[in-house]
Design a protein around this ligand. Structure first.
Ligand SMILES: C[S@@+](CC[C@H](N)C(=O)[O-])C[C@H]1O[C@@H](n2cnc3c(N)ncnc32)[C@H](O)[C@@H]1O
Length: 438
């Protein structure tokens, strides 16, 4: 079916939109062609999580109790902001004043057409547009929510956006310059983020931590501190979401939360990590694959085992992540079958979209229980480290660790992995009992 402006209707989550072409033709991060609006279906999960985090932040009072000024900074199709307005419960969405920003007039024209053709279900939907550079749009302050979702690096946009935040708000930042952030493009990483990352199975986690450390330094320059709510590696992009609060003690927070990750630490490094509260107390005879160290620990920055400076605190918040259950995702964002659907979907298509919505939060609520621990273990790495051949199944090792009285959960990280607060020797013991060394 084609509409008045020649657009085709499409649905993501519970929200309808118009696109110049159907999304089957728009795959991957380079889906944009000149003069057309960018829409990447691979980012649907990121938009679903954004709706859920917005809901959590409002319900927890992070965004005050009046009008919530939200900026969808690099909006393209306008879909992210339109999903906030359409998929949050009416008593919350009616408090949002959303502005969508893009350099391109055509993108905003499509967003406006979508909003007019498919207004939010409660009929309110306070949506403004700003055509121009995001750095100009943030000149006015008092924003409670800013989303930065660029092509490539977010680095050019953070400083000005930080200055425009209200006393308490939330910022979400995506990066698709993953080659830099994961250490493959070393010079770009040093140039943009002033860090180094060891290219191993934890490189994407290190990349998100580099983003957080970098952003927290910018926040501190403006007397603000950040508190991570959610960090996700999803296909081609990394995304960190965090609370921003006015804080005069931001410098102290920085000291505590920034440091190093060291691969194959020495006994002395492992002991220092335990002393700093960054590792669970352990006998120290069995050394772990990685550990975190505080910034004041004398590391050789050229040592290939060392990644950082990076964020050594939790990369997510227990309550925020536990609010992202599959049930809650479906309750907010799962589309409900309607006959004579304008997109032409049948019951099966609705079911597929509901499954996609549920998948976008998989393992987040489970992982929330142990997000305070930086012991993220990729099972392939663990098998190679212990010489056990086959990697243990994350579910099996998590169950064993739990049976032995430790907190453990399957991780949402993009490689089969688990997170645990168990001492390292308990991890080794559990892995060895599943697959003894060859
Ligand atoms: C990756 S797309 C955004 C995708 C979108 N957030 C979503 O969820 O579908 C980046 C968008 O930023 C716009 N853009 C690039 N540089 C910009 C700038 N300096 N200020 C405002 N918009 C910009 C581009 O036109 C493009 O539409």
């Amino acid at each position: 079916m084609s509409f008045g402006n020649g657009g085709f209707p499409h649905r993501e989550g519970r929200t309808l939109m118009l696109l110049p072409q159907l999304p089957e033709d728009a795959q991957g991060p380079s889906a944009k062609s000149s003069g057309e609006v960018f829409y990447n279906p691979a980012m649907a999960g990121s938009r679903t999580r954004s709706v859920l985090l917005f809901r959590h932040a409002m319900e927890e009072g992070m965004l005050g109790d009046g009008t919530v000024y939200a900026l969808d900074g690099l909006t393209a199709s306008g879909l992210r902001a339109r999903r906030w307005l359409n998929e949050l419960p009416c008593e919350l969405s009616s408090r949002i004043s959303a502005t969508i920003v893009d350099l391109e007039k055509e993108a905003l024209d499509w967003a406006r057409s979508s909003h007019k053709e498919f207004p939010p279900s409660d009929g309110v939907g306070n949506l403004q547009t700003f055509q121009g550079d995001l750095r100009a749009a943030v000149l006015s302050s008092g924003r409670h929510w800013i989303d930065i979702d660029p092509y490539g690096s977010p680095a050019p946009f953070i400083d000005s956006a930080m200055q425009s935040m209200a006393r308490s708000g939330v910022m979400e930042v995506s990066a698709t310059d993953t080659a830099a952030l994961t250490g493959s493009s070393k010079t770009a990483l040093v140039r943009r983020y002033g860090a180094r990352v060891r290219t191993d199975c934890l490189a994407h986690d290190s990349g998100m931590r580099v983003m957080l450390s970098n952003i927290s330094r910018i926040a501190a320059r403006h007397d603000r501190a950040i508190e991570p709510l959610l960090s996700v590696w999803d296909s081609h992009h990394l995304r960190v979401s965090f609370r921003v609060v006015k804080s005069v003690s931001s410098a102290n927070i920085l000291e505590e939360r920034i440091g190093w990750r060291v691969f194959a630490p020495s006994k002395e490094e492992f002991a220092a990590s335990i002393d700093s509260g960054l590792q669970v107390v352990s006998g120290g005879d069995v050394l772990p694959m990685h550990c975190m160290l505080p910034l004041n620990f004398p590391v050789d920055r050229k040592d290939p085992r060392v990644s950082g400076p990076l964020w050594i605190g939790p990369t997510g918040d227990r309550e925020a992540m536990s609010s992202m259950s599959e049930e809650r995702a479906l309750e907010s964002c799962g589309p409900i079958f309607i006959p004579d659907d304008p997109v032409g979907w049948n019951q099966k298509s609705f079911e597929i979209e509901r499954r996609r919505v549920a998948k976008s939060v998989r393992h987040l609520a489970e992982e929330s229980q142990v997000i305070d621990s930086c012991n993220l273990v990729v099972v392939d790495d663990l098998a190679a480290w212990l010489g056990t051949g086959a990697p243990p199944s994350p579910r099996k090792i998590v169950e064993l660790l739990r049976q032995n009285g430790h907190l453990a959960a399957i991780s949402s990280y993009g490689k089969p992995s688990f997170r645990t607060a168990a001492p390292w020797e308990a991890v080794v013991e559990a892995a060895m009992s599943i697959h003894p060394p060859m």
